[in-house]
Design a protein around this ligand. Structure first.
Ligand SMILES: [Zn+2]
Ligand SMILES: [Zn+2]
Length: 367
């Protein structure tokens, strides 16, 4: 199998031969068909996540199960799966339906090895750090497990489904699982990458009447409109954005902040009506101190943080697919595909904002 290795923080990634380090009893070997690029991959690529090198990133994989460990009963060879974040499925958070807040989340998603410390991949006698979000799917194959591989129907366009495992689930989950707007309510979304645009689509699907979208990229504002945004704002064109939004859209019941900057979080908080809730999702780096004025919170407002849309991938990914089938979650419009060997070009186009969601194809057709 081949994987895109990160040998030095900053990159570039190099496609190299690697060998899987056996399959544990609950693991599956997945032949990757398509894998999305997500901002957390770039955060790790820069070295802002203490991932040991060499490592393989990629955490929005979709593919076909090629082999299963001896304890696997819920998946079989040939099944089509979408890979999501990993969680233990046993702690209090996991068993109460909140695996994104798993007690072992960091160890299972960011450390580059299995929980027992073993690597999932090797090159000769050298360890290659995999297990990134329980998958490391920038390659022709990935080792995942029954915990984070979600079976999907074979009639779906498998090569496009990977982003359902992280970016799309994050934005849609914040709206549908956490904020839960009622039909007729209002919402604002800051930052129109995959996460923000998924939040806009989910808000429309939930029946929000007023949907405000904010981004500096006019192409993204146009996509947001197509997805149901009723008011769009380029913050560079307004000296007092909070006032402008309140003037044109009224106070908002909910806001979603998918940027992670203090100035943006404050805007998203200040445009809320009272009471109202702002969800912050944007991850800039592991330490990111922000300040807010207590006066903006005291009037019954809530500022909450959400990881991975507070979703259980095993129930939420099928729900998003159902919405897509109904024409209410047209995420495929955000995707531009690249062959795996053009991964560094895909990263450049993603960084520059040219492409909303690059998806790398391994070149092999799903069966
Ligand atoms: Zn857990
Ligand atoms: Zn992600």
């Amino acid at each position: 199998m081949k994987s895109a290795l990160l040998r030095e923080y900053g990159g570039p990634l190099t496609i190299e031969d690697v060998e899987p380090n056996g399959l544990q009893s609950d693991e599956v070997l997945v032949r990757i068909v398509g894998v999305g690029l997500c901002h957390t991959d770039l955060t790790a690529l820069k070295g802002d996540v203490p991932l040991p090198l060499p490592a393989v990133l990629g955490h929005e994989g979709a593919g076909v199960v090629e082999a299963v460990g001896d304890g696997v009963s819920t998946l079989a060879v040939g099944d089509h799966v979408v890979l999501s974040f990993d969680s233990c499925r046993e702690c209090a958070a996991c068993t109460s339906g909140h695996p994104a807040y798993c007690q072992l989340f960091a160890a299972m998603n960011y450390f580059g090895t299995r929980l027992d410390g073993s690597p999932t991949m090797q090159q000769g006698s050298d360890d290659v750090h995999g297990s990134w979000f329980g998958q490391s799917s920038f390659g022709t194959h990935a080792i995942a497990s029954v915990r984070n591989a979600v079976k999907v129907d074979k009639d779906l366009p498998l090569e496009l489904l990977g982003p359902l495992g992280c970016g799309l689930l994050t934005g849609a989950g914040a709206v549908l699982n956490v904020l839960r707007p009622q039909p007729g309510q209002s919402i604002g979304v800051w930052g129109l990458g995959t996460v923000g645009l998924a939040a806009v689509m989910a808000a429309k699907a939930a029946g929000c009447e007023t949907i405000v979208a904010v981004d500096m990229n006019s192409d993204r504002l146009a996509i947001a409109k197509e997805f149901g945004a009723t008011h769009v704002f380029d913050p560079t064109e307004h000296t007092d954005l909070v006032w402008e939004i309140s003037e044109h859209a009224g106070g908002l019941d909910y806001t979603v902040e998918a940027v992670g900057l203090g100035s943006v979080i404050r805007q998203a908080l200040e445009t809320l009506r009272s009471p109202g809730t702002c969800a912050t999702l944007g991850l800039q780096k592991l330490e990111n101190e922000i300040t807010v004025d207590q006066g903006h919170l005291l009037i019954g407002r809530t500022l909450t943080g959400v990881i991975e849309g507070d979703a259980d991938p095993h129930t939420f990914i099928p729900k998003l697919i159902e919405l897509w089938r109904a024409g209410k979650f047209p995420f495929d419009k955000l995707i531009q595909t690249f062959p795996l060997d053009k991964i560094n070009d895909a990263i450049d186009s993603f960084r520059s904002g040219q492409v909303v969601k690059p998806v790398l194809l391994t070149g092999e057709e799903p069966q």
